[in-house]
Design a protein around this ligand. Structure first.
Ligand SMILES: Cc1cc2nc3c(=O)[nH]c(=O)nc-3n(C[C@H](O)[C@H](O)[C@H](O)COP(=O)(O)OP(=O)(O)OC[C@H]3O[C@@H](n4cnc5c(N)ncnc54)[C@H](O)[C@@H]3O)c2cc1C
Length: 453
């Protein structure tokens, strides 16, 4: 079955011996890939339904217990799901959203199903939901990978050391995987099922019912959902892509794509972005694809292969060794987590970056590196610094709790990097300072844009 161009490497049976293949419908269990466009799992589910002449429903389990998620995150996700509901309706696929652990909800809605198709996620909890489901489901559970350009296990079966080691492996496979995906048309539409579903028109009510941490406000400057993601992509291509290669590091001019929140919630596919950007003739295309594919998929490889991805022990031996040797070095400034969280350091640039993240929910990419390095410099120990950086990143960034966030924080402590000249506190871990920022960029401009947030 290959009409929609879903390469076999994207597809995996999660339960090898399904007992029931006799159901009355097919289920697409949506979890990571929260979109209709360029969704390989949905495309596969439609093909399966058509092959067996069955109807299809899409099911989503809304848990209140996603680690470190707060109202800012849930609000963006729920608005995206409301958009998914509209898109699914247009193609005749009912969308069932219920409160509960995603695997439990999928199971509840699959009692009469012939097969369940699920998308792929790489975080521990996402893997666990799928593993648990595989043990409980009577019918076939098939995972289809759609949120990377090249399937993670096809790229590499081990943890990659750095961008330099994964880049040639990815590049070798790009021609095979960078191909368009056309969603097949479902033959048996508008399945008349009896499952209850949450109304996505009342997001505030849903948020109240979830009782999640409401200390971090939702963002208003970025519209959620796959329709808005497509608009953001087109705006980026039209107005900013041509300057990406020269200006992407400059925090005083926002030349970035702003696609990371959409990518995080699966509201846009990296393949869709990569194909759209590749059509443009610009010197920036290669540098953008380096970030979108090589760096992002290195982060996927990291969380997929390293069981310690969310703690200090994920670091390479040389980095832990050198940081240990310098752990007792005198620190000119030491700040508590509370001081850092409220942006009360002596450094105006760092405070502005912290404010940008806390208020806006998205810190500029270059400032994220500086921000993380300074937390290492100003904390009592590297271990404490690591915890603080992850805590703040995951609490405030709209795109936080993402493989890129875990890899980004780890990078500040030496991951995916090489040893540099030895110096206090950092040892051989790469250092950054504020005079570097001032030398390269108009930091006044950054400060001004930040006082306005
Ligand atoms: C300390 C630290 C924390 C970070 N936390 C996160 C996080 O929580 N979530 C997150 O998505 N990214 C994180 N990053 C990576 C990067 O900074 C963001 O992906 C980027 O700034 C998002 O903005 P954009 O989509 O406008 O980026 P663009 O520059 O327009 O890039 C397009 C896409 O390429 C990918 N990309 C860009 N830079 C990187 C990178 N360095 N590593 C991996 N992928 C990259 C992202 O998917 C991004 O959306 C972090 C980096 C650091 C150093």
């Amino acid at each position: 079955m290959n009409t929609a161009l879903i390469q076999k490497e994207r597809i995996e049976s999660l339960n090898s011996d399904p007992k029931n293949m006799q159901g009355k419908y097919v289920v697409y269990w949506m979890q990571q890939s929260q979109r209709v466009r360029y969704n390989h799992a949905l495309a596969y589910a439609i093909e399966l339904a058509n092959k067996h002449n069955l109807p299809l429903i899409t099911v989503f389990g809304l848990t209140a217990n996603f680690p470190e998620a707060n109202v800012r995150h849930y609000d963006f996700m729920l608005r995206g799901l409301a958009d998914v509901e509209i898109s699914l309706k247009k193609i005749g696929i009912p969308f069932v959203v219920q409160f509960g652990a995603p695997d439990d909800v999928a199971l509840r809605c699959s009692r009469g199903a012939a097969a369940v198709v699920v998308d792929r996620g790489y975080l521990r909890i996402q893997k666990k939901w799928r593993e648990d489901a595989a043990l409980k489901f009577d019918c076939a559970l098939i995972q289809v990978e759609s949120d990377v350009v090249v399937p993670v296990d096809t790229v590499s079966r081990k943890e990659e050391y750095a961008a330099a080691t994964i880049r040639p492996k990815i590049n070798k496979l790009l021609a095979k995987f960078m191909v368009p995906l056309n969603l097949p048309i479902l033959k048996k539409k508008n399945f008349d099922h009896s499952f209850k579903t949450i109304s996505l028109s009342y997001i505030k009510t849903i948020l109240k019912r979830l009782k999640v941490d409401s200390s971090v406000a939702p963002v208003e400057w970025l519209v959620a959902g796959e329709t808005a993601a497509q608009k953001t992509l087109q705006e980026f291509i039209k107005s900013r892509l041509s300057l990406f290669s020269t200006k992407r590091n400059d925090p005083s001019v926002d030349m970035l794509s702003n696609l990371s929140p959409y990518l995080h919630y699966g509201q846009i596919s990296p393949l869709d972005i990569a194909l759209a950007v590749s059509k443009i003739k610009s010197e920036s295309v290669d540098s953008f694809l380096e970030e979108l594919i090589v760096r992002r998929e290195l982060a996927m490889n990291f969380v997929h292969q390293n069981g310690d991805y969310d703690n200090y022990y994920s670091l390479p031996a040389w980095a832990k060794g050198t940081l240990f040797q310098h752990a007792k070095d005198k620190r000119e400034y030491i700040y508590s987590r509370e001081q850092l969280e409220s942006g009360q350091t002596h450094d105006i640039y760092w405070n502005a970056a912290q404010r940008e993240m806390a208020v806006r929910g998205k810190m500029h990419g270059y400032m994220r590196m500086y921000w993380g390095k300074k937390i290492l410099e100003w904390s009592k120990s590297p271990e404490e610094a690591y915890e603080t950086a992850l805590y703040l990143n995951n609490k405030y960034e709209l795109d936080g709790r993402d493989p890129n966030g875990f890899a980004g924080v780890a990078w500040c402590f030496g991951k995916h990097d090489r040893p540099w000249k030895e110096r206090p506190i950092f040892g051989m871990v790469r250092y950054m300072n504020s005079s570097g920022l001032e030398r390269k960029f108009c930091m006044e401009g950054y400060l001004k844009s930040n006082t306005a947030v």
